[in-house]
Design a protein. Structure first.
Length: 132
């Protein structure tokens, strides 16, 4: 349970990092890096900001915004994260392999935990590379 919880935490931190990263990039492109810290000046501005913030709540929407900003698709998936987030006790671990059922397809899957962690680290490295 501890290992599964740590994996879920790593996914959550990466997703939170992605949201913050996208907000920062939108602010840079808008010419106002502190756009999210300032109270909107108009209803239109507030609605535009609300739409973006609502989109940032969904993983597929975040991937779409990322592609718009950087003209590059994210290869990071969230199947394991979704499964762990909905029920951390259902997936099983055996010899560093996590077994789970894909929530959308119902397909049984397995993934090496070391590879999973590498993909999470690669994702964080990818985001960092865009900040350079």
């Amino acid at each position: 349970l501890v290992k599964k919880s740590l994996i879920l935490a790593a996914f959550s931190i990466c997703e939170s990092y992605l949201v913050d990263f996208i907000k920062l990039e939108i602010g840079k492109k808008d010419g106002n890096p502190k756009i999210w810290d300032v109270e909107p000046k108009s209803i239109i501005e507030n609605n535009g900001r609300k739409k973006i913030l609502d989109k940032l709540k969904k993983f597929q929407e975040r991937k779409g915004i990322f592609k718009q900003l950087f003209e590059n698709k994210l290869s990071f998936t969230s199947e394991e994260r979704n499964t762990l987030a909905h029920d951390v006790t259902t997936p099983t671990l055996d010899n560093n392999i996590i077994f789970y059922t894909n929530i959308k397809s119902g397909e049984e899957k397995e993934e090496d935990v070391s590879q999973l962690m590498k993909s999470i680290l690669n994702f964080a490295d990818l985001l960092e590379s865009y900040q350079l």
